[in-house]
Design a protein around this ligand. Structure first.
Ligand code: ATR
Length: 300
């Protein structure tokens, strides 16, 4: 099960009060996006706040394009500790941050802002490391020198590819629009590019396949996306960052072939940990209870 091998006894599992504590000293954070109503982050962070008994709150922050900077400065002035940033503001957050972690520099985007005590804003990109953590939580060690194929060339592909490169993997990318794959390879020079037509025939070269496109997503361009895995080696791990549905047709096919699979929910949960720890001072666990809580909200 997701995260079951990372459980840390003693960190107050279910020890927090059932209701949220929000006093005059409450720590404040939120998620900035437009639209933001679809975000699962408030459900996740407030669950952890209740569970760990933290005096704090995490709110949705609908901020229209063009007003990002004024909103961030306002949050900082109002005593927020930071915020997550989602579409369409991740590049604006990158430009605004005073200090960028390597993860952000490589991703070319920021999804987590931390307002430091010295007044500076620190920017991180936690998506890629969240993806790697979700693989590791399911027992898949990332071995240096092994090969990964990333499908897609958008922001998610860039974060995931950069994180896999940081972990020493030999990473290739394949995208319908070849020019975008080449652009990505210019940004991440160690990245290889594979033609969109024919990557299926080269699957035997890889130990990890990651779909970062919107293919296979409910309501996306092709919800039935299920390319052939006939050439896959028995050790291939197939991952999808799509989490609606939880089991995409690609993952279903991989399972039928007896291949290991990793769904997108783990990345969603793990990418949140760094921000939560920085804002609220507690390192939260991603475990079965967390997963069940967020799953309930996805179904609800
Ligand atoms: P994000 O930043 O969330 O990754 P994005 O920049 O919109 O999102 O990228 C979406 C990815 O899905 C791209 O790699 C896109 O391929 P193109 O660059 O060719 O557009 C891919 N994608 C979307 N619809 C697709 C389709 N019908 N067939 C193949 N790839 C598709």
């Amino acid at each position: 099960m997701l995260g079951s091998n990372t459980a840390r006894p003693g960190l107050g599992q279910h020890a927090g009060p059932a209701s949220q504590i929000i006093t005059g000293k409450a720590r404040l954070a939120g998620v900035i996006g437009w639209p933001v109503s679809h975000s699962r982050s408030p459900v996740l962070h407030n669950y952890w706040l209740r569970r760990y008994g933290v005096d704090g709150v995490y709110v949705p922050l609908p901020v229209q394009p063009g007003t990002f900077e004024v909103a961030v400065r306002g949050l900082q002035a109002a005593g927020f500790r930071g915020a997550n940033v989602t579409i369409p503001h991740k590049e604006a957050a990158y430009r605004l941050a005073d200090v960028l972690d390597d993860s952000a520099l490589q991703a070319g985007a920021v999804n987590t802002l931390i307002f430091q005590d010295d007044g500076k804003i620190r920017g991180l990109s936690t998506d890629g490391d969240g993806f790697v953590a979700s693989l590791q939580a399911e027992g898949h060690a990332i071995r240096s020198g092994t090969r990964a194929l990333v499908l897609g060339a958008g922001g998610a592909a860039r974060s995931v590819a950069a994180a896999l490169l940081r972990h020493g993997m030999d990473v290739h990318v394949s995208n319908r629009t070849a020019a975008r794959a080449s652009e990505l390879a210019s940004a991440l020079p160690a990245l290889g590019v594979v033609a969109w037509d024919g990557w299926e025939n080269r699957l035997g070269d890889y130990s990890l396949l990651v779909n970062t496109t919107s293919l296979g997503m409910e309501g996306g361009p092709d919800p039935m996306f299920s390319p052939s895995l006939a050439q896959a080696g028995a050790g291939l791990v197939v991952a999808d960052i799509v989490y609606v549905p939880l089991v995409t047709p690609l993952l279903a096919q991989a399972r039928e072939r007896g291949l290991a699979t990793v769904g997108g929910l783990g990345m969603l949960l793990h990418q949140a940990r760094l921000g939560f720890t920085a804002w609220f001072g507690v390192e939260p666990q991603v475990d079965d209870a967390t997963q069940a809580h967020v799953l309930g909200s996805l179904r609800g």
